[in-house]
Design a protein around this ligand. Structure first.
Ligand code: NDP
Length: 490
């Protein structure tokens, strides 16, 4: 199996999964996948085109009747087996995810891969309990909602949590009986490839899940524009989401868009300071700050501002940027050279806008084989004027801003003052304030005195430019089905 010996090898060829077959792109072209820790080439992936997407769609359509006929029990068994196979190879998946993305191996072991397993298990069992609604009109009629799979659906996922977010989409789509044409990010395709090697073993019929590798501009765009793909579930940047909506909306496709964020963390003076500090450190820099849910604007009530800032900066300075495979590394590499340049350009911009860099702010050069890797020191910036670009645009790296606020109303105005509305965190011991502020925040997800605590049954998604629609639990099962009302006269 390719990547069996991933640590020892530097070069592999990834393949598309189409109609149950692992195959190169129709045109035979390739593109490189890099290893962020060292900057070296890790693998080649098929540089697919619309021709490959077409083959995948034909295979998916042909597979629909048999997949649907397996019924929810049958599909559930396949997805549970897939979960079991990933779990049995957790270490292999985790090493690959870390190598491909640059994230600490410890994080991939603890979060990314277990969560991918949980996604399959959750939706494999959720469909067993998913019931349709009935509406009785006294003695007149009974209505019941028939929820059928949509048909062939497209799933497009980003690079920050590669297998975690890929499976978050394909698991519900498959569970309810759709066939899928999926595209992982071209930057981090390795674990999706490893997953494709397990599908047949898990009992998944050919054509049910098709994975087409390649660039967003070519493969992603071909999936979005394909007339026989009736729904698109996309996670990625807001600009890409807008482009997808522009193409898909006139075709009346169902759309779920999970986009960017600029999440505020509100620290009130009555909070548990130690806990707020511990968690803010994590919510700022986990995965090098490359999680859509990371808090990137830390707003602290003035009475504790100096104390909180100084203690936070002191803790950030102690974070260790290092080899992703070293268990003592808190941060690994950011995902690509381009992304590193983009993040550093925001630090420069912040300074031009009047911000003071309290710590970090530069590229970290490690020794030996890691000297060409893409590492950034965790960065805290203070003194930015309101409405500046640094505080309005998504940076998506290990960079946060910190600023004081006076009263609750001031905190809310500042928190809501961006075009985004994905997540927010509140730190307070006042339960009434927690409710009040949570309800007034323009965000799809609010955590009080915690961060990234996830129950897969809850709705997940954002408001404003952070997206359209919700994923998770019943929301996902509803998105991936078409509701038909059947009205029967009594
Ligand atoms: P991008 O928008 O660049 O890419 C996301 C996916 O879309 C990739 O697979 C990409 O392919 C593909 N793509 C690019 N262009 C097109 C197109 N024209 N048509 C169809 N597909 C296309 O995002 P990133 O990969 O850079 O991911 C980071 C972004 O994701 C951040 O903005 C982050 O906030 C957001 N995100 C949102 C989450 C949420 O739940 N709201 C969760 C996680 C991340 P390729 O990589 O091959 O170019």
């Amino acid at each position: 199996m390719p990547f069996e010996n991933a640590r020892a090898r530097t070069m592999e060829d990834l393949l598309n999964l189409i109609n149950g077959e692992l195959r190169p792109a129709v045109k035979g072209h390739w593109m490189d996948v890099h290893r962020p820790a060292t900057g070296e080439v890790l693998a080649r992936l098929p540089k697919s085109t619309a021709d490959d997407v077409e083959l995948a769609c034909v295979a998916a359509e042909a597979a629909l009747p048999a997949w649907k006929a397996m019924g929810r029990e049958g599909r559930s068994q396949v997805l549970l087996e897939l979960a079991r196979l990933i779990e049995a190879d957790l270490e292999g998946f985790a090493q690959l995810e870390s190598m491909d993305n640059g994230k600490p191996l410890s994080l991939a072991r603890k979060v990314d891969i277990p969560r991918a397993v949980a996604n399959f298990r959750f939706f494999a069992t959720a469909i067993i309990h998913f019931s349709s609604e009935a509406h009785l009109m006294d003695d007149v009629a009974v209505n019941w909602t028939d929820r059928q799979p949509i048909g062939v659906v497209g799933c497009i996922s980003p690079w920050n949590l590669p297998l975690y977010l890929f499976t978050w989409k394909i698991a519900p789509a498959l569970a309810v009986g759709n066939c899928v044409v999926a595209k992982p990010s071209e930057i981090t395709p390795c674990t999706a490839f490893r997953l494709s090697q397990l599908c047949a073993q898990a009992g998944m019929p050919p054509g049910v899940l098709n994975i087409v590798h390649g660039s967003g501009a070519e493969v992603g765009a071909a999936i979005v524009a394909h007339p026989r793909i009736s729904a698109i579930s996309f996670t990625g940047g807001t600009r890409t989401g807008a482009e997808i909506a522009r193409v898909a909306a006139p075709m009346f496709k169902k759309l779920s868009l999970e986009l960017g964020g600029k999440n505020p963390v509100l620290v009130f003076a009555d909070c548990d300071l130690d806990e707020a500090l511990d968690t803010t450190l994590r919510s700022s820099f986990t995965n090098q700050g490359q999680i859509c849910l990371c808090g990137s604007r830390v707003l602290v009530q003035r009475a504790i501002y100096d104390q909180f800032r100084d203690r936070l900066v002191e803790r950030v300075k102690r974070l260790r940027v290092g080899d992703p495979s070293d268990p003592s590394s808190d941060l690994g590499a950011v995902v690509s050279h381009d992304h590193m340049e983009k993040v550093l350009s925001y630090v420069k911009l912040a300074q031009e806008e009047g911000g003071r860099v309290l710590c970090g702010g530069e590229r970290v050069r490690l020794d030996g084989a890691l000297s060409k890797g893409w590492y950034i020191a965790p960065t805290v910036i203070e003194g930015l004027p309101e409405q500046c670009r640094t505080d309005q645009e998504e940076i998506f790296g290990p960079v946060i801003s910190i600023a004081p606020f006076d009263e609750e109303a001031d905190a809310l105005t500042k928190a809501n003052n961006t075009p985004y509305g994905l997540a927010a965190v509140i730190w307070t011991r006042d339960v009434q304030r927690a409710h009040r502020v949570a309800r007034s925040l323009q965000a799809g997800i609010v955590w009080v005195n915690c961060w990234m605590v996830r129950d897969l049954r809850t709705p997940f998604g954002g408001v404003k430019q952070s997206g359209v629609g919700r994923e998770g639990g019943v929301e996902a099962l509803r998105f991936f089905t078409e509701a038909k009302n059947v009205c029967i006269k009594l």
